[in-house]
Design a protein. Structure first.
Length: 572
């Protein structure tokens, strides 16, 4: 299914959701387990990221699902780092992951774990598999292993090293651990079935040599366990009850169960085993989700770091102005399904609008200013004006600003040769300045190229807002030069200009949107002078904005547009 053919998510949260009031197939499994007493009524989930990149919107669905289910069932959710590949991992990524989980509103408290916590146990279990004749050290090259693994339609072939003795395998594995062999010289594999129709059971690798120090264990290890082997054992050691994975791990579940069943049989682990349950990952239009591609976009400068506001990393979404509540709402509306689905970017933006409409303070901001001189208003004087901080909550008070001789309006709110149905400012026409007076355009000034650079108008002093009197059809926002502030405003757009950049014939980078960022010098009403980072504002008629947490400085704020006020995005 392509992004364009996917159904929209209803704004009333219709459909399958991970909320207490709506069932889904995962909740049905948990309910059945609780009814049978399988885990003693306990629900323990986990979110197991690899610290090799920043979390993105797809991870948010898993975070909300795992932590949300645990909360709803009175259980706990573990945050466990799958830190088994020191070549690609970094403490920076680890710190950012913890920060983003907490930013989304979830707490892991003392339930923070690392796969590296279990390295000694994992190694001992690997020795146990060797001793039982269920694992061996393979000395084939990577290419030889690939060829002998077979295909989806042809069985694999046994390694020539598959029948090494237990003693030789134990010796070689110990030498691998002590760093006596080069990277790639040997690998430890489980001995299952090279003819299995499930390729994941064709003697999967469980340990590889890596002469790389680990940020938590230092130089202790020269061998590191593979994910499929580590993940199931870590789940069992932590007594996870329901191990929720995305659908690509469905074919790995037989290996998950095979490893745990044999360790339980041997008395190495207690029963019952955790149950792996797969759900569909979140695919968001106008994005790519591959970690490799995300890293490429960062390292080659296509985006301004992992927190670029055009990026769909959680750090980027936060910087752009998305709220934790909006992302949780989006994840809830996306629901839990076994079917692959594409979610439109507009649904993410709609969740933000639905969250902010009731809470964001209002303000006037002119993003493309044109100067208006009120010729019949005295120089050096001003008229105090005010407007509600929020139109539907009087308890939040008023915001104050000044009407004066010179103001700025949006360039698009003036038309020299108006089209039918244009009710804003035109030559000889009148319009209301919101929360102030009605003005009339008397004449205009142009530059040498014919562009309008100033409008000269008069105002009607008997038409101040709130005092009654006559009215006109049009009303536009404005900012006074007397007390307005100037600020850089960044108008972010989608990073890609096609719904599925991975579906095209060329490189996905061929579909980068050249107009994904527009920087303007805007005039803002004075209430925005003290805007705080992560504080959301609705700029009337322009969208929702927040002060950039990376670029803003005291007295020099930079605002980001998180989203427009309405749907209707079109490629530029």
């Amino acid at each position: 299914m392509t992004a364009s053919s996917s159904p929209k998510i209803a704004s009333d949260s219709a459909g399958d959701r991970s909320s207490p009031s709506v069932s889904n197939f995962i909740r049905q499994v948990i309910d059945a387990d609780n009814a049978s007493g399988k885990h003693g009524g306990k629900v323990i989930t986990r979110f197991p990221p690899e610290p090799n990149g920043y979390l993105h919107i797809g991870h948010a669905k898993s975070i909300c699902l795992n932590f949300g289910l645990a909360k709803d069932y009175g259980g706990v959710c573990h945050l466990r780092f799958d830190d088994t590949n020191p070549v690609k991992e970094d403490i920076e990524y680890e710190d950012s992951i913890k920060e983003m989980v907490e930013w989304l509103g979830f707490s892991f408290n003392d339930k923070l774990f690392y796969a590296s916590d279990y390295f000694d146990t994992l190694y001992a279990f690997a020795q146990h598999f060797i001793e039982r004749g269920l694992a061996y050290v393979d000395s084939q090259s990577a290419d030889e292993m690939r060829v002998n693994r077979g295909t989806l339609t042809e069985p694999g072939r046994n390694s020539p090293f598959r029948d090494r003795s237990v003693a030789e395998n134990l010796r070689l594995f110990d030498e691998m651990k002590r760093g006596l062999h080069a990277d790639g010289a040997h690998i430890l594999r489980l001995k299952i079935d090279m003819a299995s129709p499930n390729i994941n059971l064709r003697d999967p690798a469980i340990y590889r040599i890596r002469h790389t120090e680990h940020h938590r264990t230092g130089a202790k290890w020269c061998v590191y366990p593979m994910y499929d082997y580590t993940h199931c054992i870590s789940d069992a050691l932590e007594r996870i009850t329901h191990s929720l994975c995305t659908l690509e791990f469905e074919a790995h579940r037989p290996l998950y169960d095979w490893v745990l069943e044999r360790l339980v049989e041997s008395g190495k682990l207690p029963a019952p085993n955790p149950q792996q349950i797969e759900f569909a990952r979140l695919n968001l239009s106008y994005t790519v989700m591959s970690k490799r591609k995300l890293l490429e976009l960062v390292e080659k400068g296509y985006v301004d770091g992992w927190d670029d506001p055009r990026f769909w990393t959680l750090a980027g979404l936060r910087r752009r102005g998305f709220t934790p509540a909006s992302i949780r709402l989006f994840a809830e509306r996306a629901g839990v399904s076994k079917a692959h689905q594409w979610i439109d970017m507009g649904d993410l933006e709609r969740a933000l609008r639905d969250d902010l409409d009731a809470v964001a303070s209002r303000a006037m901001a002119v993003l493309d200013p044109i100067r208006v001189v009120i010729e019949n208003y005295p120089e050096g004087q001003f008229e105090p004006c005010s407007a509600p901080v929020h139109p539907h909550d009087e308890s939040r008070g008023k915001r104050d600003f000044k009407f004066a001789r010179e103001v700025f309006i949006e360039r698009e709110d003036f038309m020299e040769n108006p089209v039918k149905g244009f009710f804003r400012l035109v030559p000889g026409g009148e319009v209301r300045l919101r929360h102030a007076f009605i003005i009339k355009c008397e004449r205009i000034e142009k530059d040498a190229a014919g562009n309008v650079i100033a409008i000269y108008a008069t105002y009607d002093p008997a038409t101040k807002s709130g005092t009654g009197g006559r009215n006109v059809k049009g009303a536009i926002h404005w900012v006074s030069k007397l007390d307005g502030i100037q600020a850089e405003v960044r108008l972010y757009d989608r990073l890609f200009n096609v719904e599925n950049p991975d579906a095209g014939e060329g490189d996905y980078k061929d579909y980068l949107n050249p107009n994904s960022l527009k920087i303007v010098n805007a005039w803002l009403e004075p209430s925005l002078a003290n805007a705080k980072v992560d504080e959301s504002w609705q700029f009337e008629r322009n969208g929702y904005f927040t002060a950039d947490r990376k670029l803003s400085r005291p007295g020099a704020l930079v605002f980001n547009r998180a989203t427009t006020l309405k749907d209707g995005w079109k490629p530029t």
